[in-house]
Design a protein around this ligand. Structure first.
Ligand SMILES: [Zn+2]
Length: 310
């Protein structure tokens, strides 16, 4: 094709729910055998990103004309184009490849999309999608999505996680998983517990050692993270955990779900270990603003969108 396309592209290419704009534009280019630069020129896209925090702009009406899809529909499906902006802190920090079998009918290459913190596994296809909430630090799973069929406890944890969100809401569960994740890291450091080690043997049979950003490493302790978060999020446990007389018992119950290698005894009233303070910090009241959640213990701003409308 010569020059920028100004009319509707010949091959209809629907966007995937919560797809990134960059992913969508790249697929439009591939399915229509058109350089992505021509697509960008046709929608008045601003120049390339100059830094991570830079957000590019595009003309939504022109994108609508180019794709033949109503602007309202594009806004609904592509979070970067929403107005007002979505609550970004409810999404994992980085977009990730969508479950390959789920998006098989969508052509044009890998679909990259935003995921909320509580979506970690495709329960239909038994595939680990990359990271345990709320830490979004695992490498993206691209070529070889991790099949967790042989570890049914991971799928069970994912079902439980989604159920917790329906019952307690995304924010409360995000904080509970953050508490569980931080406490797990504090307890285990760079090492894995016994059950994690067994799961890693299944997921990475040939690996002599593990990297903390390997998505398999994240999958391996996900059941314990969710077990502990399930306790943390309950009102009953939180009341126990802030009362001086019962907080040692509550803290020990929480840690015993994260660490199966030893038994934690209730700590005495007034006990101030780093673990006790870490747990207490996460129970503190938090505030949410449009683009941020914060408390003494945690702070989330979510992903940095790559695009916005002019
Ligand atoms: Zn799937």
């Amino acid at each position: 094709m010569t020059g920028a396309p100004t009319r509707r592209l010949p091959v209809p290419t629907p966007p995937v729910t919560w797809e990134t704009v960059t992913s969508y534009l790249e697929r439009l280019a591939v399915t229509n055998h058109t350089p992505v630069r021509d697509i960008e020129a046709a929608i008045d896209a601003s120049p390339d990103k100059v830094s991570y925090s830079h957000t590019r702009t595009l003309n939504l009406d022109k994108l609508s004309a180019l794709t033949g899809r109503p602007a309202d529909h594009l806004r609904r499906v592509l979070p970067e184009l929403r107005q007002p902006a979505p609550r970004w802190w409810l999404f994992q920090a980085f977009p990730r490849p969508a479950c390959p079998p789920c998006v098989r009918r969508h052509r044009g290459g890998t679909v990259h999309r935003y995921y909320p913190h509580h979506v970690t596994t495709c329960v239909k296809h038994n595939l680990w999608l990359g990271t345990r909430a709320p830490a979004a630090t695992a490498w993206p799973v691209t070529d070889h999505a991790i099949n967790v069929k042989r570890l049914p406890e991971i799928k069970t944890a994912q079902i439980r996680h989604r159920r917790l969100v329906r019952r307690y809401g995304q924010t409360a569960v995000l904080i509970a998983t953050a508490a569980a994740f931080d406490a797990w890291e504090y307890i285990h450091g760079r090492y894995v517990g016994h059950s994690q080690s067994q799961r890693l043997t299944v997921l990475r049979p040939a690996a002599p050692q593990y990297h903390s950003q390997d998505p398999a490493f994240h999958a391996a302790n996900y059941p314990e993270i969710i077990a502990a978060a399930s306790l943390f999020v309950t009102r009953h446990w939180q009341i126990q955990a802030i009362s001086p007389m019962t907080q040692g018992q509550a803290g020990a119950a929480f840690c015993n779900l994260l660490d199966l290698s030893m038994r934690y005894d209730p700590w005495p009233p007034g006990h101030r270990s780093r673990l006790a303070i870490l747990i207490e910090n996460h129970i503190r009241p938090y505030s949410t603003h449009h683009n941020k959640i914060s408390s003494a213990g945690i702070s989330y701003t979510g992903p940095q969108p790559g695009w916005t409308t002019q």
